[in-house]
Design a protein around this ligand. Structure first.
Ligand SMILES: Cc1ncc(COP(=O)(O)O)c(C=O)c1O
Length: 459
């Protein structure tokens, strides 16, 4: 058992000091943020980029580094919310984009880049067919509707705490405060609506399951009403919560038994955790898969695909209108194809695994030396410093995360590291993603700054 971080005043003091330091280091970001709030709520394009005390304004990036408008350089371990696993301004992608842009950026038609990209996605992610969207949000929205169409059922089950974008069904029981409205029975969470503007009927249309609990899934599925279970195979927006051995296999079996479709939301995991994404990592095949983020080479993207021929046939029949102006756009296709085929090769994933092993070893050593109640977990290009005592086991679901995770330490770590020139994803949502441009030097920068934070935390 690690020694708890008992001196909460110290954490509060350090956080205040780092907030001050952040302000001193980023006066131009502050100026720009003040201008931005005049035209955008919170001064950001969407809420995910909002930061306390104000958003950092990024000017440019190259390889493993980005620069803000004040000229501060950061080793980037955020990588655009887990997207830029190919490194910033990768010339192979820039050249592919430039080449396609010179031939036109959008036609709303089948193009050769779109076909080549679709073939690569089917090969890599073991899909028999694929269709495109412009974001992960649209991909999970289409997957839900397709599952309803295929099963003739309306109820969708999702995992409590899981994030799948911002369409209405996805906004049920995401990573919200754990309060009485979630219900006191950990095995039967109550569905909740995140924010205003969502119809209350959603509470009847979406059931919520605890992660890593096959008994709870069976109890729901045996009622014979569930169209699909929508699940991110690793919950990456609540620190990082991994499936226990047998969990995904068990869900597969339950879905087969009860006529429910299994949808893996691989928006985050596809291009990051292994060459073939989470399906390869865990060896479990869903019926439908959603993809996003890195598969588009850094441009806006989403995709849905499957091995279930019925999905293909239903779309083909015209009874399932799967629509959009931009999906499959040739610019995104060219960038995505270059990212996957020229950069994210099987050898690249070996390199990413090696980086993760090196980084994890360094961070774990700091944790051990300073007896911190924390541990490091990850796969492929993704990792997370989980601020919870590993003596109680790794976090196993959202409630565990809410109860055990030290959010004040996590918040301090983000601020501390940013001031030391290391950028992590803000909050605990997909905390660390690295790229093919990250090497031992970058791991040492992060581990060195983390060691300084650890020393300060232990007084
Ligand atoms: C697992 C998962 N699904 C869906 C989405 C939504 O993707 P997008 O932001 O492209 O709409 C995200 C975004 O972070 C995600 O992490």
């Amino acid at each position: 058992v690690s020694t708890p971080l008992a001196d909460r005043e110290l954490i509060a003091r350090l956080t205040e000091r780092e907030r001050q330091r952040f302000t001193e280091r980023t006066p131009i970001s502050l100026q720009v943020a003040r201008r931005a709030v005049e035209v955008m709520p919170l001064g950001v394009p969407t809420n995910v980029s909002a930061l306390e005390p104000y958003p950092l304004v990024i000017a440019e990036g190259a390889g493993a580094y980005v620069c803000d408008v004040d000229g501060n350089r950061y080793c980037d371990y955020a990588n655009g919310f887990g997207t830029s696993v190919f490194g910033h301004a990768n010339t192979l992608i820039s050249e592919a984009i430039a080449k396609q842009a010179a031939r036109g950026t959008h036609f709303g038609a089948l193009t050769m880049p779109t076909l080549a990209w679709a073939e690569e996605l089917c090969f890599r992610y073991e899909l028999d067919w694929v269709r495109f969207a412009s974001s992960g949000t649209e991909a999970t929205m289409d997957a839900i509707r397709l599952a309803r169409a295929l099963s003739g059922r309306e109820l969708i089950a999702k995992i409590e705490g899981g994030y799948h974008g911002s369409h209405p069904e996805a906004m049920v029981s995401t990573n919200m405060e754990l309060d009485a409205s979630a219900g006191s029975d950990d095995r039967r969470p109550k569905p909740r609506l995140w924010g205003r503007g969502l119809p209350h009927r959603l509470l009847d249309d979406v059931a919520v399951l605890p992660f890593n609990d096959l008994g709870a899934a069976e109890e729901l599925l045996q009622r014979g009403q569930t169209a699909a279970i929508l699940i991110e195979p690793i919950l990456f927006n609540v620190g990082a919560v991994f499936p226990e051995p047998g969990y995904l296999e068990g869900l597969r079996e339950l879905c087969d038994t009860h006529g429910t479709l299994l949808i893996f939301d691989e928006t985050k995991t596809a291009a990051t955790v292994a060459f073939g994404g989470a399906t390869e990592l865990f060896g479990v095949e869903p019926d439908l898969k959603t993809l996003g983020k890195g598969i588009g080479g850094g441009l806006a993207v989403g995709a849905i695909g499957g091995r279930d021929e019925r999905g293909y046939r239903l779309i083909e029949s015209g009874q399932f209108p799967q629509l959009g102006t931009f999906p499959g756009n040739p610019l995104v296709a060219a960038a995505g194809h270059a990212a996957l085929c020229e950069i994210l090769t099987p050898a690249a994933y070996d390199g990413l695994e090696a980086h993760r092993a090196y980084l994890t070893e360094k961070l774990e050593r700091v944790i051990a030396e300073h007896d911190l109640p924390a541990y490091v977990i990850g796969a492929g290009a993704k990792a997370c410093i989980v601020w919870a005592d590993p003596a109680a086991g790794p976090l196993r679901d959202y409630r565990d995360y809410r109860r055990r995770f030290d959010f004040e330490a996590g918040c301090l770590a983000w601020l501390y590291l940013v001031n030391e020139g290391i950028l992590l994803a803000p909050g605990q949502d997909e905390q660390l993603t690295f790229s093919v441009a990250h090497g031992p030097e970058e791991a040492e920068l992060l581990a060195g700054a983390f060691a300084e934070l650890a020393a300060e935390l232990r007084g």
